[in-house]
Design a protein around this ligand. Structure first.
Ligand code: GLN
Length: 247
């Protein structure tokens, strides 16, 4: 019998929560899993769907305030499932709009309160200014993290989470404390679109390794052909160079 190397990626709410190229994060995970000799399977979860029994990586994107309102009720129903998966070390990547809703709440700049699911100890307050532009941040775990932000919500972290990175350019979580994103267990949360993972493959590899370790006990990439290795290092170098470009 051939060894099972299936890794299941679940994209949360792609209908409403998938802007500024966030879908690219799933494509990167899929391609890198293939490079490592795994068998990636991508599934979508939209409001009203049945939550799949078997999932190894969860990815969620950003969305307009109106999209966040549409999914909020359904998301509340998923809260216990997502909480226990996060507590159990399932790797998750949540960007901007879903990052905010993984926290306690998002009060929009119009005063609407969108409840979050509280996996992340943080809260978000909408302001009159939108924080827009290219971001450079630095993390101990992942090195430089590049991306693009566009949000009105400003997020403030509680003691239960750590920031993902420290801001060097742009705003990140808010205009006050130079933090960007949040970390809890194997959950990576960030304001950065771009997409995030093509620009920052170290984060993709973290999610993949954690998924493999959780499912199979270890991360064991298959030996790569010389051709593959050459292509990978060429693409990584290109990604690195372009990520560094500034307007
Ligand atoms: N609607 C949220 C805000 O403006 C999230 C935006 C986004 O996902 N880019 O803060």
């Amino acid at each position: 019998m051939t060894e099972d190397r299936t890794i299941r990626i679940l994209q949360l709410y792609p209908r409403e929560m998938n802007i500024y190229g966030d879908w690219g994060n799933v494509l990167v995970l899929k391609q890198r899993l293939k490079w490592y000799g795994y068998n990636p399977v991508v599934e979508e979860y939209n409001a009203g769907d049945e939550f799949p029994a078997d999932v190894d990586i969860i990815v969620g994107g950003g969305g307009q305030d109106s999209g966040q309102v549409v999914i909020q009720q359904d998301l509340q129903q998923l809260a216990p499932t997502l909480q226990s998966l996060a507590d159990d070390g399932l790797p998750m990547l949540v960007i901007c709009g879903l990052y905010q809703l993984f926290g306690k709440f998002f009060r929009t700049h119009e005063g609407a309160l969108i409840p979050g699911i509280g996996i992340l100890d943080l809260e978000t307050h909408g302001g009159d200014v939108r924080l827009i532009g290219n971001v450079l941040s630095v993390s101990e775990e992942f090195g430089e993290i590049h991306g693009y932000e566009n949000h009105s919500g400003q997020t403030f972290l509680g003691p239960g989470v750590k920031p993902l990175a420290e801001i060097r350019k742009g705003e990140g979580n808010n205009t006050k404390d130079s933090t960007e994103g949040a970390r809890y267990k194997n959950v990576v949360a960030s304001y950065l679109h771009g997409s995030l993972l093509p620009k920052n493959p170290a984060i993709a590899d973290f999610l993949i390794e954690q998924a493999a370790v959780r499912k199979f006990g270890s991360f064991s990439p298959v030996p790569r052909s010389e051709e593959d290795l050459a292509e990978l290092s060429k693409l990584s170098e290109m990604a690195r160079q372009h990520a560094g470009q500034r307007p």
